[in-house]
Design a protein around this ligand. Structure first.
Ligand code: NI
Length: 416
């Protein structure tokens, strides 16, 4: 009796898993070169290269793509690579982008395949992005008969360093005929292999930087009336900048102004000659981005003048916010659900990092999403170590997204 009950429970459980859990996989899943993806990733991890210097990385990627036999390989810039796969029937052109550059970080993971290069590390997971997209290209390279249109496998250089590689590739014109762009980033602290759909509209923050030099006049600490104190002026400016988010930005719309550097002075009894401040600004709408810049300029200039100092402000606009297209986002979610099941797909909040993937939205609609790689230190940390078990879900989702986009395109044009 006890046994029978147990058996029935087990059967019931299995049946409900089939109904609501992971769906039956399509045939192409068994063609994914899972072990190769790990091998490519470990090679790239061991041999990282900084932004705009991805010579060996891009050669390696080009060679792997060529080995598939059916993919045309072009080099849009000296360190970027694009694989072009033509389907057997006509249709749209879809681009999937992976970035390939590493960071100036000394690796501290102790992994057997840790970086061989001092002070250079794949600490943002771009090695995993490259390896997964190679896995996607490998699998699709044998599926020309069911591909309607063209697939561009875009291996982009220099995401980490302003002005970024995306702009350079766009300027070459090789992406002019793309109808939609997709991209994916690994993020820790989401469950291994789970796909996070970022919001429609702003999906990442815009990131700007400002540097301020305050010129005062040095003096003896006991004779402040003979000098002009740049530290007091700097303190006023820091306080003034705090009012931008609290008094000027729209309540509820994510806006950050942080002063991360304030350097001045050498001794307790000396009025310094100069102070240097730097900060970062994060916004999600173009309007707020412009507003914050104007307010920073005004606060810095006017407080500086009020304190009798001369100020110099250098305001650098880096990457804008990614604008996820609503229709494409919905399609990515549908595709991810189809291949992974509802237990492994979730709605993720705005990514509080910036990405030059944002520039592709100037050409065509885009959708950017994230892949969970488990607990562990954040991206850019010297111990960043994404779980390799996540990669198979990343590759499956990429393939499903590409196939579904090309299939759906026959029925309706996705509006920009
Ligand atoms: Ni990154």
């Amino acid at each position: 009796m006890r046994l029978t009950t147990l058996l029935l429970t087990t059967l019931f459980f299995s049946t409900s898993l089939l109904a609501g859990g992971k769906p039956e996989p399509p045939e192409w899943v068994s063609d994914i070169p899972e072990k190769k993806v790990i091998e490519w990733r470990r090679y790239l991890h061991e041999n990282p290269e900084l932004s705009f210097q991805e010579e060996d990385t891009s050669d390696y990627v080009a060679q792997v793509l060529e080995s598939f036999g059916t993919i045309e390989v072009i080099r849009p810039t000296s360190t970027s690579v694009m694989g072009i796969l033509e389907g057997n029937s006509p249709g749209a052109t879809v681009a999937f982008r992976a970035d390939m550059d590493a960071l100036a970080v000394q690796e501290e993971t102790g992994l057997p395949y840790a970086s061989d290069v001092p002070n250079v590390m794949h600490a943002c997971g771009h090695d995993t992005h490259t390896a997964m997209l190679l896995g996607t290209a490998a699998t699709l390279s044998g599926m020309q008969d069911i591909i309607k249109g063209k697939v561009y496998f875009l291996f982009q250089h220099a995401e980490e360093t302003h002005p970024g590689g995306a702009k350079e590739i766009i300027q070459t014109g090789v992406l002019d005929d793309v109808d939609a762009f997709f991209g994916m980033h690994v993020l820790p602290n989401y469950e291994v292999g789970h796909i996070g759909i970022l919001p429609d509209g702003p999906a990442s923050t815009a990131s700007d930087v400002f540097n301020i030099t305050i010129q005062g006049k040095g003096s003896h600490g006991s004779m402040p009336h003979l000098g002009v104190d740049p530290i007091v002026a700097g303190a006023q400016i820091v306080n003034g900048l705090q009012t931008i988010v609290s008094r000027n930005a729209t309540p509820g719309e994510m806006t950050v102004v942080s002063v991360g550097k304030f350097q001045s002075g050498e001794a307790p009894n000396v009025i310094a000659n100069q102070a240097e401040l730097s900060g970062t600004v994060r916004t999600i709408s173009p309007e707020t981005r412009e507003l914050v810049q104007k307010r920073v300029e005004s606060v810095v200039g006017q407080y500086g003048t009020a304190m009798n100092t001369t100020v110099d402000l250098d305001y650098i606009q880096s990457y804008p916010s990614i604008r996820n297209n609503q229709d494409l986002n919905a399609q990515v979610k549908e595709s991810a659900l189809k291949i992974l099941g509802e237990d492994q797909v979730f709605d993720a909040p705005v990514m509080t990092a910036s990405e030059d993937f944002a520039y592709y939205a100037h050409l065509a609609p885009v959708s950017y999403f994230v892949l969970g790689v488990g607990d562990g230190p954040a991206n850019h940390h010297p111990q960043f170590n994404p779980d390799e078990d996540a990669f198979i879900n990343g590759v499956q989702t990429q393939i499903q997204v590409i196939l579904d986009y090309l299939d759906n395109y026959q029925e309706k044009d996705i509006a920009a």
